[in-house]
Design a protein around this ligand. Sequence first.
Ligand code: FEO
Length: 396
Amino acid sequence: MEPVQIADGIYDVGVQDWNISDFHGYSTPFGTSYNAFLVVDEKIALIDTVKAEFTDQLLANVARIVDPKKIELVISNHTEMDHSGGLPKAVHRIGEKTPVICSKMGEKNLARHFPGRLNLTPVASGQEISLGKNTVTFLETRMLHWPDSMFSYLKEKRILFSSDAFGQHYAGFERYDDVIGDAIMPHAKKYFANILLPYAPLVLKLVDKVTEMGLEIDMICPDHGILWRRDPKKIIDAYVKWSRQDPAAKAVVVYDTMWHSTEKMAAAIAAGLSDGGLAVRPMSLRKWHRSDVMTEVLDAAAVVVGSPTLNNGLFPTVADLLTYMKGLKPQNKIGAAFGSYGWSGESVAQITDTLESIGWSIPEKGPKIQYVPEEEALASCFAFGRRIAELAGKDR
Ligand code: FEO
């Protein structure tokens, strides 16, 4: 895609990755973009690079605006390879001694990724660099998404280059929020739920800090997806809401099944949850990717997980989801387990242990049904769903 001028002398020179469908375990059916930005001033700065295999496209985009050799400094807001993979090749083209500005942790992490290949120049949080008419202020944002992450703020233009924060895995010709409209919000929510959720308390602290610093923001430019120019506050407010993890009147029933028994139980429990007043998302793991499940879990009051027992353990897709969900640490949930079994029936206890280890409240021992649930067993599943809905209502 051609470079886009996003403000006077500022260009988006990033690339679209239309075909990526899995981003380290997160399904990306809409692809993603690796955004990078060129600031043309008395000193020319490149903010971030791209995944290694797209470096030629990045450099071609830059060359449409200026000779890459005129770039005097490269800013690396984040070390993860989707933004730094192209650094060595880009710096080779720009000039081997070009300073690569990064946080103190960025200095350590970039050195471990590309030993001896970059002229690393660490900056402190709050430090400024003048490019001429524009001043860049750096703000450390540890763990959003890695220990090295930082924001770069272009003071005179009121543009925040926010690295991973406020991004979305979305490739498209629409470059701005006002072009795509609210259709981008589910992508932003999925991104938050799967990338930033474990660091939700840090997001809240960061928003407080940005408010305290009085940073005025006209545009937010993340490193993935569209840029927020019509209403940057909208995505900031959404981050505050998602970070608080206030539960909605909603339940997720996520499960897998071998011979449809656990599936029948899931349907009965979902009906009970709905009868109890919750909006319910039944999600079979044969249909839904773990990352889509997490998007729904983000604001659910109750999460009910079902698995048959297979070889004294969990069905593999359920084990996969639990491992992924435990790492993302969603909070403020009521958890529950259920499952069918043949002769040993360990799955319900194993699910319960994991949900407890995330810190969720588990108000009831979940139903276990041998072989095939009959009418009476399904009625008890319905009643179980009803009780969970009532408890979730009391908890909210
Ligand atoms: Fe887009 Fe944490 O990298």
